[in-house]
Design a protein around this ligand. Structure first.
Ligand code: MLT
Ligand code: ZN
Length: 460
């Protein structure tokens, strides 16, 4: 069946657009989760909404699974074709169709790289805040599928807050326009809200309308040094309790700092037990006073030193270094089991205390960093043994289950930004009731009755 479809797609779209080479298919069977490979039967490089719809119509007629794929930067296996079939890549749909100053919106195709859109709008004095660490290579389509967030979510929120309109193609080939171009709008159900974060299981995004903001003219970035993670947690709590609102409030623990120091373009202090990065924005005249206030708050929590990044290039170096956290840990270890739990803000110090116990429980080193102001922590179990070995797998599983149970006990949630995908689905029932899972599956069946679109994701 699937072979017939590959031949048909090749005839319709041309051989250069339907990849069948074994090495290439292995690439399309991987993403940043480290799971797999799950090579598909073929990978289609769509160049237009019509072509996306065509693939979805033919796949439906042949009963073949389709897995949509953006840039392959997902961390939970959302783009992996676990049931084979077709990978439908939107990487070639890279046009920015419009940037409107008047309406404060941008209209883009799903393959547009996030960092490129940001550079483009910033050059025009506009601002698109969502900033996942993969911004140099992740695509807007993937951001929509995962409802991506990053450091600036602390003040500005995540992708869902910015996507106001979507063009989608459904299994069977029907095309719909959801949402609007206006800043407000409550006509009908909020289907844009439902599609954003649906992990590519409802439909395939072919066009995205996002709202933009005026670019803040004043920015200041501070790095606070703490003796340890407990004190850093106190510094974060001091900021949260004061009502003072930086645009980012990030935590990096000692183990992570030690992994990134050698390659980080920003010199991380050698004596740091943990660092907190705070970034403020607003009117340029107010930046100095705001920086002083922020430094005082961090010091009141136990910071031994607070350094202010000097100018734009220093600031960029600091963020580049922060974005190295994940790649540096990944390169240094055979397995990096990366979580992205979230706890309510008041429980951050307690959650950090609980995370510290994980090494004792698992015998594995743990590195923690992330968006602490949001209570969103990337807790990484680092493992240099073979994780398929029964005893190693058991220790990892015990650690993850404890991490999730602690998170939920503190009224948190399993995932703040990476989604459930393949990696976390067996833990979903820890957080959600059977009834809630059943209703979500009904919703999925409404859009995709034969379970052909990105099957095998989210639900256990
Ligand atoms: C980050 O915050 O650096 C990203 O979410 C990547 C990661 O968690 O590993
Ligand atoms: Zn993150």
């Amino acid at each position: 069946m699937s072979g017939d479809l590959t031949t048909l797609l090749t005839r319709e779209l041309g051989a250069d657009r339907v990849l069948r080479d074994e090495a290439q298919l292995e690439e399309y069977g991987r993403d940043e989760s480290g799971l797999g490979p799950y090579p598909p039967d073929c990978a289609v490089l769509a160049e237009s909404a019509e072509e996306v719809a065509l693939v979805l119509r033919l796949a439906d007629e042949h009963g073949v699974p389709v897995t949509p794929r953006g840039a392959g930067s997902g961390m939970t296996g959302g783009a992996l074709p676990v049931r084979g079939g077709v990978v439908l890549s939107t990487e070639r749909m890279r046009r920015v169709l419009e940037v409107s100053h008047e309406d404060l919106v941008a209209v883009v195709e799903p393959g547009v790289i996030l960092g490129e859109l940001q550079t483009l709008v910033e050059a025009q004095g506009l601002f698109y805040p969502p900033d996942p660490a993969s911004l140099a290579f992740c695509s807007l389509g993937g951001n929509v599928a995962e409802n991506a967030g990053g450091p600036r979510a602390f003040k500005y929120g995540v992708t869902r807050e910015y996507v106001i309109g979507l063009d989608v193609a459904l299994v069977g080939g029907e095309r719909l326009t959801l949402g609007r171009r206006t800043s407000k709008g409550v006509t009908g159900y909020d289907l844009v809200g439902a599609f954003v974060g649906s992990e590519g299981t409802f439909g395939v995004t072919t066009g995205i309308t996002v709202k933009l903001l005026p670019l803040p003219q004043g920015v200041a970035t501070l790095l606070a040094v703490f003796p340890g993670i407990t004190e850093a947690g106190r510094g974060i709590s001091a900021i949260l309790a004061s009502g003072f609102r930086p645009r980012a409030l990030e935590l990096v623990d000692k183990n992570t700092i030690d992994h990134i120091r050698a390659r980080a373009p920003y010199p991380f202090p050698t004596d740091a037990g943990a660092v907190v990065i705070a970034e403020l924005d607003g009117e340029p005249e107010g930046m100095e006073a705001a920086s002083l206030r922020c430094a005082e708050l961090l010091e009141s929590g136990g910071a031994t030193d607070v350094v202010v990044a000097q100018g734009e290039s220093d600031r960029r170096r600091l963020w580049e270094s922060r974005r190295l956290c994940s790649p540096a840990l990944k390169e240094a270890h055979r397995h990096k089991i990366n979580e992205d739990i979230v706890v309510p803000r008041g429980s951050i110090p307690e959650m950090l205390r609980r995370v510290e116990r994980l090494t004792e429980l698992t015998g594995l080193p743990v590195a923690t960093f992330g968006h602490a102001g949001d209570g969103n922590l990337h807790v990484n179990l680092l493992c240099d043994e073979d994780r398929t070995r029964h005893d190693v797998a058991r220790r990892i599983d015990r650690g993850l289950e404890q991490l999730f149970r602690d998170t939920l006990e503190l009224r948190g949630t399993l995932s703040g930004e990476h989604g459930i995908g393949l990696a976390k689905q067996r833990y979903l029932p820890l957080e959600q009731s059977p009834g809630l899972i059943a209703w979500q599956k009904k919703l999925k069946r409404l859009w995709d009755p034969k379970d052909l679109l990105n099957p095998g994701k989210i639900f256990p």
